[in-house]
Design a protein around this ligand. Sequence first.
Ligand code: GH3
Ligand code: MG
Length: 282
Amino acid sequence: MQNYSNNLINMEYMNKLFDCIRLIDMEFKSIYQEKKIDTCVDYIPEFKFEDRQDIYHQCLAQDSAIYLSKKEGHCLLIYVVLPTLVDKKRLVMECIVNITKRLDINQLCTSNDNLYKLAITDELTGAYNRRYINQKLPLTIEKCFKNRIPLSLIFLDIDSFKIVNDLYGHEAGDYLLCEFVEELQKITKQSTDWVARYGGDEFLMCLTGMDNLDAKEIAERIRKTVERKLFVYSGHRIEITCSIGVYTVDSFHMIPKFEKILREVDIKLYEAKKAGRNKVKH
Ligand code: GH3
Ligand code: MG
């Protein structure tokens, strides 16, 4: 492309900066001249006058450059559109650069995934957190309802956990919370099952496709495992128990609200506590 020094445009610099430079003749709605960088292997959109004619007109009308970024498929493109004069003819210069690789979209996606994981994970135990429950539970309910399969929730709370903290220290308490979650995670086998920390020493297990009796059996198994396990922290031998509520959605007349289901399973947990702790209520 010739050097349009009359427009104060440094073409050498422009050629380095952009993958494609086009001169557009507005009268004939066509390309007057085009240069694609030989080394450019990235996607550059074909010229289509109709796609950007408004921008070209605007650029000429205001006699100044217009900058825009556009996402096309997986590509991110930067356009600079500016007025120019060639052979005494007023043209529009359209400069395009594909910055997808320079930005490293994959890296951006990975960072985004990592941020999302952080946002839905409980920092201490590595279980999901309350935010995850609020997002995921309504979706899980809807999915089970549509597929006409039961959904069981198990709500667990460590008994007299405050006393454990008081006796052995907060760090020992933290250690127990992590060990407790590990036991719960051993139980969840299906990829659709999940364990989340509801808050403090309360945890929620979500078991897709599981009926109330099976869920009760699992809860009983957890209760016994925890009761029998000897936790050792900093030379202290610590024993704990937990109370468990089980609630199952297995009728399919009307899709239940997730707040209602949480309330129901909380009531079951409360019954287990009221019955003397270290119990399962379903
Ligand atoms: P209950 O049998 O009725 O459940 O008695 P509890 O003592 O377990 O119940 P309460 O809700 O009164 O206390 C929960 C305790 O859990 C209080 C708090 O000190 C402790 N706790 C909450 N979060 C954490 C944590 O992240 N680390 C530790 N170490 N303790 C925590
Ligand atoms: Mg407790």
